[in-house]
Ligand binder design. Structure first.
Ligand code: MRU
Length: 364
């Protein structure tokens, strides 16, 4: 794994397209190290699937759709290595890819895009009719298609979302980072925000800081500011107050996994926001590509919730503020019931309650 200090200098063109957190370059997976943003802009080059898995686990790369794209490219690295080490033996080649699939699958449990992408890749590497070299070529093609499809999906989500938010002066609250950094580019919730802003520059955005890892303060604020989208950063516990003051018109968030019923998992704190939005009569929109929709799960109760290290709660950036020995809870995600959701904005269209029916219809 190697690191290069710099970020695409051509970025900041207002479209969000220039922020590409995951790239395929000269046989390597290139990631923006999101743990260091916005203070440092460093690119990490991964040459093995194990390096990719480590980057997913330590959150160098994060955000559900970006995890799917990264895992797919990680499988291409695994296939290239397996091709050179299996001496044409299909059994050995497949065993190596099975190991890589398991290793990448085990990195983060909540985002559905990750197993979705691994399954898409499996459909390619299990084809008997292709020789091993052809399989590697086909896998690279499929992984790059997943990346491009996600980019296109985010743009479509943005346009569908903008149709729903036509106030004279919309004020959107968003949580975590569901932006270009969390996808192949452009973003889901931030895709909606970008598209609303293109139509109506009076848009204002409240950015939840998003404890414990501060994806809002570090990443969302960075994305919005480089594009000149008016925004203010607030701590998570201020959201209710600004709603009560009438300062917020909509809540738009991303999702890590959406079930057939419309219950969905997203960054911890999303559920509380949904309760607040309901109390204040505000529209609560979820923006996500269909690769986040897990129709095999009926209820949000079945979504696996990642628990992360207690050090994320006891301090940040190497500074500890909690007393030594304190007991800590750190679920990285929570589940919001469908009853709190006004609409789910996907690239296939907008699903409204009852979601069992509307999501199933979009799946056809
Ligand atoms: O732990 P993270 O930073 O990977 O969590 C990300 C989120 O919760 C996002 O809101 C979600 O993945 C949607 S990203 C388009």
């Amino acid at each position: 794994m190697s690191k290069v200090n710099s970020i695409d200098q051509a970025s900041g063109n207002g479209s969000g397209d220039a922020i590409r957190p995951v790239k395929w370059e000269d046989g390597a997976v290139v990631l923006i190290d999101q743990r260091l943003l916005p203070l440092q802009e460093v690119h990490v080059r991964c040459h093995t699937w194990q390096e990719v898995a480590a980057c997913i686990q330590d959150m160098t790369v994060r955000g559900a759709p970006a995890l799917g794209v990264t895992a797919a490219l990680g499988m291409v690295l695994a296939a290239r290595r397996a091709l050179s080490e299996s001496a044409g033996d299909r059994g050995r080649f497949r065993a190596a890819l099975q190991d890589a699939t398991k290793g990448l699958f085990a990195t983060r449990p909540t985002a559905y895009n990750l197993p979705w992408a691994l399954r898409e890749m499996e459909l390619v590497w299990k084809v008997d009719a292709l020789d091993l070299g052809e399989i590697v070529t086909a896998m690279e093609k499929r992984a790059l298609a997943i990346l491009e499809q996600d980019l296109a999906a985010c743009r479509a989500i943005g346009e569908y979302g903008a149709e729903l938010i036509k106030d004279k002066r919309p004020v959107i609250l968003t949580h975590c980072n569901a932006g270009a950094l969390a996808t192949a580019g452009y973003g889901t919730a931030l895709g909606v925000i970008r598209s609303v802003h293109r139509r109506n520059p009076r848009l204002h955005v409240f950015v939840d800081e998003t404890r414990p890892l501060l994806q809002g303060a570090r990443l969302t604020a960075w994305e919005l500011m480089r594009e000149g989208i008016s925004c203010e950063l607030i701590t998570d516990n201020m959201a209710g107050w600004f709603m009560r003051q009438g300062e917020i018109t909509h809540v738009v968030v991303g999702a890590d996994r959406i079930t057939a019923s419309g219950d969905f998992a997203n960054k911890i704190g999303t559920y509380s926001l949904s309760v607040l939005a309901r109390e204040h009569g505000l529209p609560f929109f979820v923006a996500a590509p269909f690769s986040t929709v897990d129709l095999s799960l009926v209820s949000g109760d079945s979504i696996p919730i990642e628990e992360r290290d207690e050090s994320e709660v006891t301090g940040f950036g190497g500074v500890r503020w909690a007393p030594l020995g304190v007991r800590v809870r750190n679920p990285a995600f929570d589940v919001t019931p469908a009853a709190h959701v006004t609409a789910i904005i996907t690239e296939r269209g907008v699903a409204t309650p009852p979601f069992e029916r509307s999501l199933a219809a979009l799946n056809k």
